[in-house]
Structure formats: structure tokens, C-alpha cells
Design a binder for this molecule. Structure first.
Ligand code: DON
Length: 623
């Protein structure tokens, strides 16, 4: 069953297909026949549940819920409450104060052991009862009722709905919980708790008696997996650093004296309760909950343990499984000679970029950028053979960037700046914290761009500025006769043909030819640049290619009798010479040699452009 929970809660859309739902259903069937174990009966009311109840629920950290079986049967949370009260104590008092009362060492003891660490005289961890009662004593509030209410509200934020206490189970435990009272008095005796031990133990009984369903526990787990934000309500239930602390303790102590076996066979931070629930978390990915009330000797659900082992192995969830993901931050790397920008350059510039293009390199990064990914990126840049004058770091496909990765890339930028090399960050979402809008063109470290093409063009320009012959004239403008399409024709032919052109000047940003236009003439660029654009699915306009003085366009529409498939704009102030379609056609009958000479030149230029486009494609792996 797939349950699509709407963001605001409410009705649930259920579906029964899909590979994840099928795997869960298989695991459910596989474990259903196991009826070993016994109901907890030391709290009389716990023995009153339906022993065959069985539910498996998985919630992703973006709120997708899958499940099989009894997803909406209520049962008491019991010890699964412990990490959540510990979390609230950490939030109320701060980790330093909590650490003076509760240790974080695995105890290897049963959950209800009446013991303190002999050295520190503190409970060994907050997952055993002693630590949990100490945590309950640390919750802030006006009075006892308010302190419990804050606990209830906190659990509700994790679950994404209002949870309630089960009065009968509470009364049953309150009547019989002498062992926990003994622990409470011990804690008061050694000064771990300052308040009335009966109040602390009563609060602990109450929190254990909060009713949840398998679906609630999956959502609570998914909230931890989602770094403390409930994926359904989007409400933050816990700050990220405290999530890390809570998951750490769940890993080392959540399964009590079975913690080692659990970590080796399941490999997920988890918590079990004698109510029959188990909750497990794969940080960043999913939360899992199982409900089946027959327990093993450790007080954990028999089927629950089995299901978690099976899901972990079938879905590959072990959190210590070694992947290469963190190391493969560099998706691909190439030089501007291999994949130039979409600005078509003239022959002189192309020659310089062919010779020095490997001085400007582009690194496309992807995945989460953590320490290992940043280290391998910095190392790859530093080990670049030859001189480096400009570097494009394209971060658009990067997910999370850790603070250490930000620092390492900042340092890299500074180091490169000291050698005179600049970095163009392609980082429209400011993942490195440099705002595109606040960029200072004079910053020696470089600039921030919203797309790779603009960053690449900027780097090409840096290389060109360094390697152009002294005295080079940056800006070359042509007359019609000087334009390469005509320049080398015999004088008479050239003069005759030039007369047929009309010249036009357009302001920057002006539309020259709208997409869909029929044959509009042969356009020679005499001065400035034109830009062919296309719109992406989100309606953002991108550059397909820019052409500069000495280049031409419009001939394909003329020769193939096709319409323009892109808008053509003036990228700068631009001066054009236009041969209207009727005159272009007339040349065939009136001056066939001139037309042939013109077409030869246009064909050569078109092939040069096609070559540049193919090079750019192959550098990106043909994608
Ligand atoms: O302290 C107790 O006895 C119960 N209220 C909770 C114990 C528990 O769930 C142990 N976990 N497996």
C-alpha cells in the first residue's frame, strides 16, 4: 500500500502497487507466521492488546508513506518515548547541562536495571529507564501538568498530529511501577534529579502511555531522518545538531543489551518499546516503524526486529554501508578548449583559445559536497597539470554543502587568487554563500554566475586578455565589403554584391528576428553581437549561441526555406548588413558566379560553427 499523505494531513490516498509497496508486503508475509515471543505483562494493561496485530510502515524524508498491515491500530509508545523526551531536555537545558546529569555510554544492561555508572554516579545513557527518568525531570514548565503537556506537544510535532495519553495504561503502570520508583528515588538520592522523584517517575509513566500508531512512529522517525523537520507538516520538531545527538544515542544504546547485534545486523539508529513498537531511522532518507506486540527477552518486538533486519538487507539501509557517493563530487572536468562557451569566436581568438584553452578549466560538481568531496575537488584542481588562469566551478547539481566544504573551496579561491587565477562560481542558489547580486567585479577571487555558459565566456575572456598579442584591437568592425563573406571576392563582384545589402543598426536587447519567422534575408554582422535564444520549460531564456562581427546568419532559413527556430536579439548595439530574400534569390539567375562564391564562404563559416557545437557536445559526454 502506498499512502500519499497530503501536506496538511487529512484524507489519505492509498495505492497498492509499486516496487517499495511490494517489498514491504513480501516482508510482511515473510514475518507474519512468526508468533514467538510474549506480551509484556508486568504492566497488566499491556497484556490486554491483540497479540497478532502487525503493521509495517515506512516514511521517506520527503513525506511519502508506504505500509502493510495494521497501520492505524493505537498502542502505547513506551520506551520509544525516551529519545523524544531526551531531545526536549536537550532543547530546554542545552547539551552541556544535560551531560552533567546523564551519560552517553552504552550500558549493555537491560532497560530497567537499577544502576548508575560507579564512577560518575550518573545513569549511563538516556535510553535505559534511569536515564529516561532523569531526562523527564529536566523538562521545563510552569508545573507538573505543564511539563507533561510540553512533552505531549513535542511528540505531536514529530508525529504531525495531536497525540493523546492512554489513561488505562498510565493507571496500570502507575499502580505497578515500583521498580521505576526505586530508580527515581535512587536518582534523587545521588542528586541526579533535584525535583520530587515521584513527579519525575509519574511524568515518565505518562510519556510511556502516549498512544501512537505505526504510521505515527514512521512519521516521527522520518522527522528525525529529515533533520528534525516533519516532512508532512514542515514544522521543525528539533534543531539539526540535537537530531545528531539523539540519533547517536539511539545507535549506541537504543536497543539496550542487544545494541551490538542490532547495529551489525540492521545498522540503523533505533528504539524499541514494550508496547510492541520499533522505530528506526536512516538519516537523510527514511523512517521505519513496526508494530507487533510479542516481545523477545530484551523487551523488543520479535517480528519488529526481524522486519528491520529484512528491510535493511533488502533495501540496503545499513548506515555504515560504504559507498563512493561522498568521493565522487566531480561529475566531469574539461578545458574551455574542449568545450567553449556559446559565444562563437573569430579565427584569431579561436587560435589563442586552442593554444591556451587548457589554462581555463571547468569542473562540474554533483551530489552532496561534504569533506571527502571537497577534498577530492580541491586536490584535482591543485593537481591540474600546466598553468591555471581561470576556473569554473559549477555547483548547480550539488545538494547539501557542509561548512567545511565551503571553507575548503573559499581557501582554494584565495590560493588561486594569490597566483593570479580567478574562479567563476556557477551558483545561482548561493550554496557557497556568495550572492550573485552582490558580486564585486573587482574581487580578485572571481565572480558568481547563474549559468555555466556565461562563466565559461568570462574565463575565455581572461585567457584571451592575457595571451593576445600586444596592441591587439579588441573591437573589430567591418564594412560590408570587408566582411569575410565578401572580402576575398574579385573587386567588381564584391562591389556589385555589397550594393544589394541594406545596413541596419539595432539597440542592445532589440529583437532582430522573432522565432517562427520565414526567410528573412542573409544577415552579415558588421559590428557588435547577436544572440540566439531559447526558453526552457520554466520559461527562462537561455543563450543558444552568440555570433559576433564577421559572422552571418539567416542563410539556413534562406537555403532550406525554413522558419527561424529561435529568437534572435541584439546582445550589444549591433550593426547588420541585410540582403533581402528576393535579392538573394535573384542572384541565382542574374549573377550565378557571385552567388556561388558567396555560398562557398557561407558554407565554410557554417561548418566552422557546426564544428564548435560538436566539440562542446563531446566534452559533455555527448549529452
Ligand atoms: O519503564 C517501563 O517499564 C515501560 N514504561 C517502558 C519500558 C520499555 O518500553 C522498554 N523497552 N523496550
Amino acid at each position: 500500500m502506498v499512502l500519499n499523505l497530503p501536506a496538511t494531513g487529512g484524507s489519505v490516498v492509498a495505492a497498492t502497487d509499486g516496487v517499495v509497496a511490494r517489498i514491504i508486503a513480501e516482508v510482511y508475509e515473510q514475518c507474519r507466521s512468526d508468533t514467538s515471543g510474549t506480551l509484556a505483562d508486568y504492566i497488566p494493561e499491556l497484556a490486554a492488546v491483540q497479540p497478532d496485530s502487525f503493521g509495517i510502515c515506512l516514511a521517506t524524508s520527503d513525506g511519502q508513506v508506504y505500509g502493510s498491515g495494521d497501520l492505524d491500530t493505537a498502542f502505547t509508545i513506551q520506551s520509544i518515548s525516551k529519545p523524544f523526551t531526551y531531545a526536549l531536555a536537550l532543547a530546554d537545558r542545552g547539551p552541556a547541562e544535560v551531560a552533567t546529569r546523564i551519560d552517553v555510554e552504552p550500558s549493555g544492561e537491560p532497560f530497567n536495571e537499577i544502576s548508575l555508572d560507579p564512577e560518575t554516579q550518573r545513569p549511563r545513557n538516556p535510553m535505559i529507564n534511569a536515564g529516561a527518568i532523569a531526562a523527564a525531570a529536566l523538562i521545563d514548565g510552569r508545573d507538573a501538568a505543564d511539563r507533561f503537556e510540553r512533552i505531549r506537544r513535542s511528540y505531536s510535532r514529530f508525529a504531525g498530529r495531536e497525540l493523546r495519553m492512554n489513561e488505562d495504561v498510565y493507571a496500570s503502570e502507575a499502580r505497578t511501577g515500583y521498580r521505576n520508583r526505586a530508580i527515581g528515588y535512587l536518582l534523587r538520592g545521588v542528586g541526579v534529579i533535584d525535583i520530587d522523584p515521584d513527579e519525575a517517575v509519574d511524568r515518565y509513566f505518562r510519556q510511556c502511555s502516549i498512544d501512537v500508531t505505526c504510521r505515527d512512529l514512521a512519521m516521527m522517525a522520518a522527522t528525525l531522518a529529515n533533520n528534525g523537520v516533519n516532512p508532512m507538516t514542515r514544522e521543525r520538531a528539533l534543531s539539526a545538531p540535537l537530531v545528531e545527538q539523539v540519533l547517536s544515542i539511539m545507535t549506541t544504546s537504543g536497543m539496550y543489551d542487544a545494541a551490538g547485534d542490532w547495529v551489525t545486523t540492521v545498522g540503523l539508529p533505533a528504539k524499541s518499546g514494550v508496547g510492541g513498537g520499533i522505530l528506526a531511522v536512516l538519516p537523510g532518507q527514511i523512517g521505519i516503524a513496526v508494530y507487533s506486540p510479542r516481545l523477545d527477552a530484551h523487551g523488543s518486538s520479535v517480528r519488529g526486529v526481524k522486519v528491520c533486519r529484512e528491510l535493511s538487507s533488502r533495501l540496503g539501509l545499513h548506515f555504515l554501508h560504504v559507498t563512493r557517493a561522498a568521493h565522487t563530487a566531480i561529475r566531469t572536468a574539461y578545458t574551455v578548449a574542449e568545450a567553449p562557451s556559446r559565444l562563437r569566436r573569430d579565427a584569431d581568438e579561436l587560435a589563442i583559445l586552442r593554444q591556451y584553452g587548457d589554462h581555463a578549466r571547468i569542473f562540474e560538481l554533483h551530489g552532496d559536497l561534504l569533506f571527502a568531496g571537497a577534498e577530492s575537488t580541491v586536490r584535482a584542481v591543485e593537481q591540474t597539470s600546466g598553468e591555471l588562469e581561470a576556473l569554473v566551478l559549477d555547483l548547480r547539481e550539488v545538494g547539501d554543502v557542509s561548512p567545511i566544504a565551503v571553507r575548503m573551496l573559499d581557501d582554494l579561491q584565495r590560493e588561486l587568487a594569490a597566483t593570479g587565477a580567478k574562479v567563476a562560481l556557477v551558483d545561482p542558489d548561493s550554496k557557497l554563500g556568495h550572492m550573485v547580486s552582490s558580486l564585486d567585479p573587482a574581487d580578485p577571487r572571481g565572480r558568481v554566475f547563474i549559468d555555466r555558459d556565461a562563466a565559461t565566456e568570462w574565463c575565455e575572456q581572461l585567457v584571451l586578455d592575457r595571451h593576445r598579442a600586444p596592441g591587439h584591437r579588441e573591437h573589430s568592425a567591418f564594412t560590408v565589403e570587408q566582411h569575410p563573406a565578401l572580402a576575398e571576392m574579385p573587386d567588381d563582384d564584391r562591389r556589385t554584391l555589397a550594393k544589394e545589402f541594406e545596413t541596419r543598426t539595432l539597440a542592445r536587447g532589440e529583437l532582430i528576428v522573432p522565432r517562427g519567422s520565414p526567410r528573412a534575408g542573409l544577415f552579415l554582422i558588421l559590428d557588435g553581437r547577436v544572440r540566439f535564444t531559447f526558453d526552457d520549460r520554466a520559461g527562462r531564456r537561455h543563450r543558444l549561441v552568440s555570433l559576433s562581427a564577421g559572422m552571418s546568419f539567416g542563410e539556413i532559413a534562406m537555403l532550406a526555406d525554413a522558419t527561424f527556430s529561435n529568437d534572435v536579439y541584439a546582445e550589444t548595439t549591433v550593426r547588420l548588413a541585410v540582403l533581402p530574400p528576393d535579392k538573394f534569390d535573384l542572384l541565382t539567375s542574374q549573377a550565378p558566379e557571385i552567388k556561388l562564391a558567396l555560398l562557398e564562404r557561407l558554407a565554410a563559416a557554417a561548418y566552422a560553427q557546426a564544428d564548435a557545437a560538436v566539440r562542446a557536445l563531446t566534452a559533455h559526454g555527448g549529452a
